[in-house]
Design a protein. Structure first.
Length: 316
């Protein structure tokens, strides 16, 4: 077998190379977590944190329902996995400190494919969470590419901002894009991938750049509720409204569309603030109102039903 140093191993399938050689190829590509006192290579990692509380979230991406390799490069997939998971940490008002990454791949995949995925992880961490790194993970076999990321975060002494704290009279606001990812998905579905690959909406869909820094900013500004918009404004605002026992009235003077109401995977931050407390970087979408039975989100001129859009892995 060729040496990993010469990269000849990249041409081997994972079935030919085996787990040990594949891991030896990709581990040097992944950035270590600066706060880790014990990193990859043992049965578990150890992460130091000044705050006694640890924010933790996990998510999966599966080839087919979550991504297509004829649309996305494996670098794109790795980058997006980092983006979607770190957005969940930011939505609590925290910063990401470490990631555990598990990957299952077909035996026919090349070691070079796995290396490309690892490069995407590294690019995402460098761009979105440079204060974090990889703590460890797992590598296994699956009929299709399957990625599971567990991400850890630090509240830096602040209280977590949950989705259940929205109060009547507060302002509903958004940091990030509104429906741009779904526009990109629509263009990808429409046809020639090569022609639309550089379109800004397509780029945002394949490699979203969530406004992670705005999570702690919102927490400091006094946000009463916050969450990551991964499944569309209507669906996620409905979740926030139900958790808080209120309804959300969207501003009818804004330009709304099916994309901006129901399109998912923008990974912006939806938050509620007292009047005069909305920080720069957030755009006002509406206001929190008393609960309207059967209508968690309302918009004049629209019949907003959660079933009209948003992401559900079992019904999409």
């Amino acid at each position: 077998m060729a040496s990993a140093e010469g990269f000849e191993i990249d041409a081997l399938t994972l079935a030919e190379a085996g787990e040990g050689a594949a891991l030896a190829r990709i581990l040097p590509l992944l950035p270590p977590a600066p706060l880790a006192t014990l990193g990859p290579g043992d049965d578990a990692a150890v992460l130091a944190t000044a705050d006694s509380r640890v924010v933790i979230s996990c998510d999966m991406m599966i080839e087919g329902p979550d991504f297509r390799t004829d649309w996305s490069s494996l670098q794109d997939v790795g980058y997006k996995a980092v983006a979607s998971n770190t957005a969940d940490i930011a939505a609590m008002g925290a910063i990401t400190t470490g990631l555990e990454i598990a990957v299952a791949a077909p035996g026919s995949a090349r070691v070079g494919d796995l290396a490309a995925l690892a490069e995407g992880f590294a690019e995402g961490i460098a761009a979105l969470a440079p204060q974090a790194g990889v703590l460890g993970g797992d590598l296994s076999h699956s009929p299709v590419w399957t990625i599971a990321v567990t991400v850890l975060g630090d509240l830096q002494g602040r209280a977590p901002v949950t989705r259940s704290g929205a109060r009547v009279g507060h302002i509903l606001a958004l940091a990030g894009e509104r429906g741009l990812s779904h526009q990109g998905l629509t263009k990808l579905r429409a046809g020639n991938i090569a022609e639309v690959r550089s379109d800004p909406a397509v780029v945002h869909h394949l490699r979203p750049t969530p406004p992670l820094a705005m999570g702690p900013v919102a927490a400091v500004a006094g946000a009463s509720a916050m969450m990551d918009v991964s499944d569309g404004v209507v669906l996620d605002a409905s979740r926030m409204a139900r958790a808080s026992g209120v309804s959300m009235r969207l501003d009818s003077s804004l330009a709304w569309s099916e994309h901006s109401l129901f399109g998912g995977e923008d990974h912006g931050l939806l938050a509620c603030f007292p009047h005069e407390s909305v920080p720069d970087g957030f755009s006002v979408l509406g206001e929190v109102v008393d609960r309207i039975e059967g209508h968690p989100v309302v918009l004049e001129g629209w019949e907003l039903q959660e079933s009209l859009g948003g992401w559900d892995p079992f019904t999409a």
